[in-house]
Write a protein that binds this ligand. Structure first.
Ligand code: HDE
Length: 706
């Protein structure tokens, strides 16, 4: 077994001996050959089953015990392996962690993405926070960065977590609704606990509907400490920024996807890794010197606050690439055990009361979930750094510790394992807790510096583009529209009025609540451009899925030229027709159909293309599925391309306010609808540009009946 992290495959080499392939003959758990696993042993062909059938008993007993408790939160997830590289050695000034300071190291990682509220079998595309938990298998031991895709949290103190989770989970009397925050108990909690308001703004924004795990940011949320080899500490916030930019689905689309493909995000992660389009993220750090702790108008220890990037830039320091799918969901993704308390020398905690409570919870929860104290020995959890200590026994102990002495100090095992150093003080390679001076009275009280719950919610609102604001208003209206208790709706509108008066008016109008009077805390007018997804990178179509709608008589050259350009740019092109198999193109060529249209839907694609061909266009125009496909893609703001006769299908779909290319016009691109009648070299590049833009929200989408 490898003991160092010289390169990213060390973890994979460590996993190798644990991988069991299915080749060979069937046996029992005891290795005894089995020649019939379809019939139990009985006395006579129609007689009673015999107790002595050890194969039957073992098979059923194992089956009966196949489930473990799902995670109390973040039950639904998907994971992948990868590796992390730091760019250079410049962080040595701040931290002793070698995976953050030695650019020659490739540190293996396992990442698990998750939703929070839903149970294990719930849909991926619900409105929720996404977990983004990373286990770094460093040479100095495991470091777990257990973050979310939103930089703040609902509550400030861990003691409120059970209350919050009980409020957001399905209601206890009827276990409804599944994986949804749109119900009375959550909003009752919110209106009584105004510290939630900033996070609720994020939750009602498009951030809660990521297009893919590779298109969302990650945040460590809390302020942590980096500690240098000399013992000097610097506050730090961790950020992951995806190379593909931060992009989201449309709310109407997410609800439809939840039925058409509940595994949408999980499948995307799996498929893109299999296709070699590896998800990539840049690690960025916001560093704040200890002496600047009180320089801000919020408290660094308050997890409901961000440090605006315009105030403290997020410095790019390294890159994470996810390049390998697990072999077995249960063994790896389900059994991986993250713990905020897994830190390596050079990274330490702060007094954030949310962080401090989490330090207790993660280890505790694994004991019930994984059934005992030896879960760090599970292959996915094992560090690549050597593990030696006097912890012994317990359920599922799978190491065989040799020697007589399971205590420290000892002479009988030669004093081993020995302490790092001489035991007289900090030793190189050992974890030394940062020596923060602490002085205070024992008290149950929130600090005054934690009391401003609105300013940053306002900052977030002010930073949104108009379409982002419209989505937030629609989300509040949807969620509160599901709340049956009118005073709860009113209570929330009252809080929103402290965030922004216009926001409160717009929400109130949609949910039958009296419009509030302007509050006595007017909008401060500040904004932070880094918060808006309108400013996310939009250069790439990598991993974007494009549906080509076709029927007999299609112009296969149109398909080929667009497909080549799109595939070369990293997109995935699928030809959809009424039936599986092949169709005959206008020139007699045969075109392979990737999927029958009835097995998919526009919501599973990022763009749609209708090639030319009079007969094909005629067929598609009279096929309700195809027409709906186009109209729905338009409604969700997606890029749409059409060539020649294919434009008629767009016309049939009745896309409001769209200008199509005329004869002799060349390519025309109108808010993401790209058309050409005659030959035009720039058609594919302009379609690619329209897809890379992600969505075209500036269309008249509401009028489309899809
Ligand atoms: Fe968690 N959280 N959490 N959480 N959390 C868990 O641990 C908890 C919080 C996060 O993919 C549990 O193994 C408390 C913030 C992720 O396996 C549990 C508090 C953030 C995951 C737990 C918080 C997170 C979890 C459930 C308030 C973002 C999934 C199963 C003090 C920074 C990890 C488990 C995975 C999972 C407790 C708040 C992120 C019960 C008490 C803030 C990504 O231990």
């Amino acid at each position: 077994m490898a003991n160092s992290a010289e390169n990213g495959s060390d973890k994979q080499r460590q996993l190798d001996p644990h991988r069991v392939d299915p080749e060979g003959k069937l046996t029992t758990d005891q290795g005894i050959g089995v020649d019939d696993t379809d019939n139990s042993l009985r006395a006579g062909e129609r007689g009673p089953t015999l107790m002595e059938d050890f194969h039957l008993r073992e098979k059923i007993t194992h089956f009966d015990h196949e489930r473990i408790p799902e995670r109390v939160v973040h039950a639904r997830g998907a994971g992948a392996y990868g590796h992390f590289h730091v760019y250079d050695g410049s962080l040595a000034e701040y931290t002793a962690a070698d995976f953050l300071t030695d650019p020659s190291l490739s540190t293996p990682v396992f990442v698990r993405f998750s939703t929070v509220a839903g149970s294990r079998g719930s849909a991926d595309t619900v409105r929720d926070v996404r977990g983004f938990a990373t286990k770094f298998y460093t040479r100095q031991g495991n470091f777990d960065l257990v973050g979310n895709n939103m930089p703040v949290f609902f509550i400030q103190d861990a003691i409120k977590f059970p209350d919050f989770v009980h409020a957001v989970k399905p209601e206890p009397h009827n276990e409804i609704p599944q994986a949804a925050s749109a119900h009375d108990t959550l909003w009752d909690f919110v209106q009584l606990q105004p510290e939630t308001i900033h996070m609720m703004m994020w939750l009602m924004s498009d951030r809660a509907l990521p297009r893919s795990f590779a298109m969302m940011q990650g945040f460590g949320v809390h302020t942590f400490r980096l500690v240098s080899a000399e013992g000097r500490a610097t506050f730090v916030k961790f950020h992951w920024k995806p190379t593909l930019g931060t992009h989201s689905l449309d709310w109407d689309e997410t609800q439809k996807i939840a039925g058409k493909d509940p595994d949408f995000n999980r499948r995307d992660l799996w498929d893109t890794i299999e296709a070699g389009h590896y998800p990539e993220y840049e690690l960025c750090l916001q560093l704040v010197p200890e002496e600047d702790e009180h320089r801000f108008d919020f408290d660094l220890l308050d997890a409901t606050k961000i440090i605006p990037e315009e105030q403290v830039p997020a410095r790019p320091v390294g890159r994470l690439v996810l390049d390998r799918n697990p072999d077995n969901f249960f063994a790896e993704t389900e059994q991986v055990a993250f713990h905020l308390g897994n830190v390596v020398p050079g990274i330490d905690f702060t007094n954030d009361p949310l962080l401090q409570g989490r330090l207790f919870s993660y280890l505790d929860t694994q004991l019930i979930r994984l059934g005992g104290p030896n879960f760090p020995q599970l292959p996915v959890n094992r560090p690549v750094a050597p593990v030696r200590n006097h912890q012994r026994d317990g359920y599922h102990q799978s190491d065989i510790h040799t020697g007589r002495a399971a205590y420290h100090k000892n002479t009988l095992s030669g004093g081993c394992p020995a302490l790092a150093g001489d035991g007289a003080g900090p030793a190189p390679g050992a974890f030394t807790h940062y020596q923060e001076r602490v002085d205070g009275n024992k008290i149950r009280k929130r600090s005054e510096s934690f009391q401003d719950h609105y300013s940053q919610a306002t900052l977030f609102w002010n930073s949104m583009a108009d379409w982002e604001k419209a989505h937030i208003v629609a989300a509040f209206r949807f969620e509160l529209g599901k709340v049956e208790t009118v005073p709860i709706r009113e209570g929330v509108v009252d809080h929103l009025n402290h965030v922004d008066h216009d926001l409160a008016l717009r929400v109130a109008e949609g949910i039958g609540v009296e419009p509030p009077k302007p509050s006595n805390t007017p909008n401060h007018g500040r904004s932070s451009p880094a918060l808006s997804q309108a400013n996310a990178p939009r250069e790439s179509v990598r991993t974007r899925k494009v549906a080509v709608l076709a029927a007999e008589g299609v112009d296969s050259a149109d398909i080929a030229s667009a497909a080549d350009a799109l595939t070369n740019a990293g997109a995935v092109v699928e030809v959809l027709a009424a039936k599986d198999g092949t169709i005959q193109a206008g020139n007699g060529a045969s075109v392979e159909v990737t999927r029958a249209m009835s097995t998919v839907a526009s919501v599973l694609y990022d763009a749609v293309l209708i090639p030319g061909g009079a007969e094909s266009a005629r067929t598609l125009k009279s096929d309700g599925l195809a027409v709906h496909f186009v109209a729905e893609a338009f409604k969700h703001g997606k890029a749409i391309g059409a060539v020649g006769d294919g434009i008629e299908v767009l016309e049939r779909a009745g896309l409001p306010g769209v200008a199509y290319a005329g004869n002799g016009d060349g390519t025309r691109s109108d808010r993401g609808v790209v058309t050409r009648r005659g030959p035009a070299d720039d058609f594919a590049p302009r379609l690619i540009e329209a897809i890379a833009a992600h969505r075209h929200w500036d269309r008249d989408r509401d009028a489309v009946p899809a």
